[in-house]
Design a protein around this ligand. Structure first.
Ligand SMILES: Cc1ncc(COP(=O)(O)O)c(C=O)c1O
Length: 485
């Protein structure tokens, strides 16, 4: 008799329930993850020394609990957890946006970030755990590069980026239906520098930039540092920026210089604009001579075999400036981003040279080598699966433990969830409460200059599931329940 079967027989209850409990635990601990095949009924009989009817009954019990699904002629597979029983976040009203503002929240954002710099558990960032990324492969590629070119650090750098890396990025862009020549890509310090260059290329201090509301707080910081005004346009949790509200805004403001959007897996909402909206927005901007800045950092985390299409793919006039980075999909520690700037290409190249000169070469050479192998595709597939499992698990926790009235729209990609709590729960107070336990969350107030999102919270899903993480989520939900009264 196997060790497992001895342990099973030592437990109480009918044998089939003990066997089911054994696999329930394996699923709950993440040893078996959604999509994994269960051992066949015959294998279960051998592994646990049980009869055919015990093995079958155990599988049926797990199927009835929604943990397994039977696939014809293939056996039993672990199911994705049930969707959380939370109502989706409501659509905003599509009226006239608030007046354009010099952002003015930089200090608040910086204060929140500074106060929570020393945290034990980061439930706020939209970032992944180191274990999600192929650090060994990248380190080995970097060592090989230095062996091949021992004088690399003594040599001058290529303007606008290493040719092999720009070629790898151009090939990667094809997957999101962007056709771009490697020479039209400028390598940057993350998407942050790409966005800064894009804004500086098309606008000057005092100009109005239309942004999604809520929006990525880093964009508000960049706008404020450039002295530009943010015009917040309501954003649907399902379909992204409201094109109707944008049209209304354009009738009121004649100095909108750019629309800055995240069409794929928006931060913080997680929504994806339908392709027809992307196409309409590109045409709308082109017709008015307004630049469209597309921030595209998360597309490769989309949980589907068909990759998301970038809005840039519909650009026939050079209106769209496409900005992206490897931060969330491959190597957070490298700070590598890039920009393709359409009709502002020459200006962006000039601005990049003036702002920071070209990036260093070693990381680019290492990543170019890695991206040229099948390992990159395999990594992205694994990352997508891991993020889906983690997102669904955090969503389940929120559904089960947050106060009644909490809402959530489960995104199909990305590294975070956007949670709407009951109106009375001030997320900045929640932030203060859980920080005492070393836990950082991102209050909704960081994502807008208005106070519309003060009862929202952005929660990270890039952390690995550990008892410490589970306890931290429990601490946050307990604080939210207390504040909800
Ligand atoms: C939507 C969005 N844009 C830009 C950035 C900044 O990217 P990077 O870290 O590559 O500068 C982030 C990072 O969280 C983001 O979520």
């Amino acid at each position: 008799m196997s060790v497992a079967s001895n342990a099973l027989r030592a437990a109480a209850g009918p044998l089939y329930q003990q066997l089911a409990g054994h696999y329930r635990q394996a699923i709950s601990a993440g040893t078996l993850t959604p999509g994994d095949r269960m051992p066949s009924v015959r294998a279960l009989m051998g592994l646990h020394d049980v009869s055919l009817s015990t093995a079958l009954q155990a599988c049926r019990e797990l199927e009835a609990a929604g943990l397994l699904e039977a696939r014809p002629r293939s056996g039993y597979f672990v199911c994705a957890p049930r969707r959380p029983a939370l109502a989706p976040i409501e659509e905003p009203a599509h009226g006239l946006p608030d007046p354009a503002q010099y952002v003015g929240i930089h200090q608040r954002i910086s204060a929140i970030l500074a106060r929570s710099r020393h945290h034990r558990v980061n439930l706020g960032g939209a970032c992944g755990a180191p274990e999600l990324y192929p650090a060994d492969d990248l380190r080995n590629a970097a060592i090989r590069a230095l062996r091949r070119q021992p004088d690399l650090f003594g040599s001058s750098v290529d303007a606008d980026g290493h040719p092999a890396f720009r070629a790898a990025l151009a090939r990667h862009a094809l997957r999101h239906r962007i056709t771009v020549a490697p020479e039209d890509i400028v390598v940057t310090h993350g998407a942050t520098e790409a966005l800064t260059l894009a804004l500086r290329a098309v606008a000057v201090p005092g100009d109005v930039i239309a942004v999604e509301s809520p929006t990525y707080y880093g964009l508000l910081q960049i706008l404020e540092s450039l002295g530009m005004r943010a015009l917040e346009i309501p954003c649907s949790p399902q379909t992204g920026i409201s094109l109707e509200a944008l049209e209304l805004a354009a009738q009121t403001y004649d100095n909108i210089k750019a629309v800055c959007v995240v069409p794929n897996l928006q931060n913080p909402l997680g929504c994806v604009m339908p392709d027809a909206h992307k196409q309409r927005l590109v045409a709308w901007c082109a017709a008015r001579g307004i630049a469209m800045i597309e921030d595209d950092c998360c597309s490769a985390t989309f949980d589907d075999d068909t990759p998301l299409t970038a809005a840039k793919s519909w650009d026939t006039t050079g209106t769209v400036i496409h900005c992206a980075s490897l931060h969330k999909i491959l190597a957070p520690g490298m700070r590598l981003g890039w920009i393709t700037a359409g009709k502002w290409q020459a200006r962006v190249e000039m601005l990049k040279f003036g702002l920071s000169r070209p990036n260093e070469m070693l990381t680019q050479i290492a990543v170019a080598e890695y991206m040229g192998t099948g390992a990159f595709e395999r990594h992205l597939r694994r990352l997508r699966t891991q993020l889906r499992v983690q997102r669904e698990w955090v969503a389940q926790k929120v559904a089960a433990t947050f106060p009644a009235g909490t809402r959530l729209t489960l995104p199909r990609g990305g590294l975070h969830l956007w949670v709407e709590m009951p109106a009375g729960v001030a997320s900045e107070t929640l932030f203060e409460h859980v920080l005492r336990d070393g836990i950082r969350v991102m209050p909704g107030a960081m994502f807008s200059n208005s106070n519309r999102f003060n009862h929202y919270l952005r929660l990270n899903c890039g952390n690995l599931r550990t008892p410490e993480l589970e306890a931290a989520l429990d601490t946050v939900s307990a604080a939210a329940r207390r504040l909800a009264g």
